[in-house]
Write a protein that binds this ligand. Structure first.
Ligand SMILES: Cc1cc2nc3c(=O)[nH]c(=O)nc-3n(C[C@H](O)[C@H](O)[C@H](O)COP(=O)(O)OP(=O)(O)OC[C@H]3O[C@@H](n4cnc5c(N)ncnc54)[C@H](O)[C@@H]3O)c2cc1C
Ligand code: SF4
Length: 473
């Protein structure tokens, strides 16, 4: 039998979208979503569910979409996921739920992510998911402090609020969202969608206090003194790594973090309406090949760069970015300079970037990451004319809070040591999850960690409560 192919999602055309910051993928219509949902085989053991870190009943919500029961499908999604419109847009479904979909063996997997996005968007457009505020229920219940309003913190806080905790999130920036706001660009993560999802978390009863740096404004110890019974750390990995090559101090060299924060959070692309300028020139080189690199390259293109290239030392099959992002970047004219290593940035007499010196590479035997090790080809050096260099080779943990929290055990790289399942750290009552524990990873992994920690926090207080009751009798 001929299997039906998955439905493509309508998108802005590349030649149009490189001139704006509007969302690229436009979402399914009702009929497209129903047709795609009907491809699902409704497998009894549903392997897709095992691939979902936040435990969504995937066949359950898809069946309801197929029956045009969108409100019911939304209820199923929201039971487990506080941020479905976000996951439906940025999750790497191709390596999570979709990779194990039964249909993949014979044809293409069900477009689980696109259906999740469809249902969440349907709810937003029809204002069908605003929950009642739950402060009342939280009266007399224990209080939890969550540090960081990224996907890990928002999920942990939302789930604790559902379990009737009184939760406050402390966020160092002036707006919540973490990387979803300051890193991922609008054309992948529209801010009205993000704001709506955060509003949902607030409506669960979560209070969000911004402009507070835990470790500087208040310490974790002071949070416990103030009556919080548990603390969850979800501070992410916002500290950029550099290459350590000569010339990285020239004007025109940005870390991806600074470049994207200027463009996204400070709306540099709307200078002078917004007062943070961003100068990129005509030729931009982005070093790295993950999602952060793709975002930087695509932002540079939209800011007017005529030539944007990704410089990556391995080959295409080792590129860590989502396949869809690489595809979109190439459609937008981004060049891939593979098996290439930048070894020096050369500046002009005024201190601005002028050229990048590169070396060609070949792949050797696999290293400890299992990927083939890139090796330099002798005598292959060459120069490329470049105005701006964006370094997107990864981020580590910001050491501020960690250095101010005595007794918190850290890994060699400076990440927090936390239990895989519960998120418990070396300090009693302190839990952690997301990029601060794993190093730079994914939105859904951060959300999964927030969810598991919320469960562990609730269990721990309940068991202490039970133990106290037992002692009394
Ligand atoms: C440009 C870019 C693109 C990406 N694209 C994707 C993608 O397509 N798909 C995907 O799945 N993942 C993607 N990722 C990775 C993903 O965004 C992260 O894995 C995820 O956001 C981690 O969530 P988190 O909650 O742990 O941390 P974050 O999102 O980093 O949130 C941490 C929050 O804590 C706050 N904070 C830090 N220190 C303190 C403090 N001391 N006190 C108070 N608040 C503090 C920060 O301001 C921030 O708001 C991308 C990352 C980047 C940078
Ligand atoms: S594995 Fe694929 S086909 Fe089976 S239930 Fe999940 S989404 Fe449907």
């Amino acid at each position: 039998m001929q299997m039906q192919k998955r439905l493509l999602m309508p998108e802005q055309l590349p030649q149009e979208r490189i001139k704006n910051f509007n969302e690229v993928a436009l979402g399914y219509t009702d009929d497209q979503a129903i047709a795609e949902a009907k491809r699902c085989l409704q497998c009894k053991k549903a392997p897709c569910m095992a691939g979902c870190p936040v435990e969504i009943d995937i066949p359950g919500f898809i069946e309801l979409v197929a029956e045009r029961k969108f409100p019911e499908a939304l209820t199923i999604l929201r039971e487990k996921n506080n941020l479905p419109a976000i996951c439906g847009r940025v999750c790497p479904q191709e390596t999570q739920c979709e990779i194990v979909c039964t249909l993949k063996k014979k044809s293409e997997p069900v477009a689980i992510g696109r259906l999740e996005r469809f249902v969440a968007d349907w709810g937003r457009k029809n204002r069908r998911q605003t929950t009642e505020r739950k402060e009342q229920r939280a009266e007399g219940r224990p209080r939890a402090a969550v540090i960081g309003a990224g996907p890990a913190g928002l999920t942990c806080a939302g789930d604790l609020a559902r379990m009737s905790w009184k939760v406050t999130i402390f966020e160092s920036l002036h707006a919540p969202g973490g990387v979803l706001r300051y890193g991922i660009p609008e054309f992948r993560m529209p801010r009205d969608v993000l704001d709506y999802e955060i509003e949902y978390v607030k409506n669960l009863g979560v209070e969000i206090k911004t402009n507070i740096i835990i470790g500087r404004t208040i310490t974790i110890e002071e949070l416990f003194d103030a009556g919080y019974k548990a603390v969850f750390i979800g501070t992410g990995a916002g500290f950029p790594y550099f290459l350590g090559i000569p010339g990285e101090n020239y004007n025109g060299v940005y870390s991806a973090n600074e470049f994207l924060t200027r463009a996204n959070l400070m709306k540099a692309y709307r200078f002078p309406e917004y007062d943070t300028p961003i100068k990129i020139g005509v030729k931009v080189a982005v070093v790295g090949a993950g999602n952060v690199a793709m975002d930087s390259a695509r932002v540079a293109r939209r800011l007017g760069a005529k030539k944007v290239c990704i410089i990556y030392r391995r080959s295409r099959s080792e590129m860590p970015a989502r396949a869809e992002e690489i595809h979109h970047a190439e459609e937008e004219g981004i060049e891939l300079d593979l098996l290439t290593l930048p070894i020096e940035i050369i500046g002009d007499e005024k201190g601005w970037v002028k050229q990048v010196k590169c070396l060609k590479m070949k792949l050797g035997e696999p290293d400890d990451t299992g990927r083939r090790r890139p090796l330099p080809i002798d005598g292959s050096e060459y120069l490329v004319d470049i105005d701006t260099v964006v370094i997107a080779i990864g981020q580590g943990p910001n050491p501020l809070l960690l250095s101010m929290t005595p007794g918190l055990k850290l890994t060699r790289k400076g990440n927090i040591v936390a239990d895989n399942i519960t998120g418990e750290t070396s300090l009693e009552g302190v839990y952690a999850g997301g990029d601060i524990v794993t190093g730079a990873a994914t939105v859904i992994e951060a959300m999964g960690a927030g969810k598991r920690a919320a469960r562990a926090i609730d269990n721990s207080v309940n068991s202490k409560h039970k133990a106290r009751n037992t002692k009394q009798y």
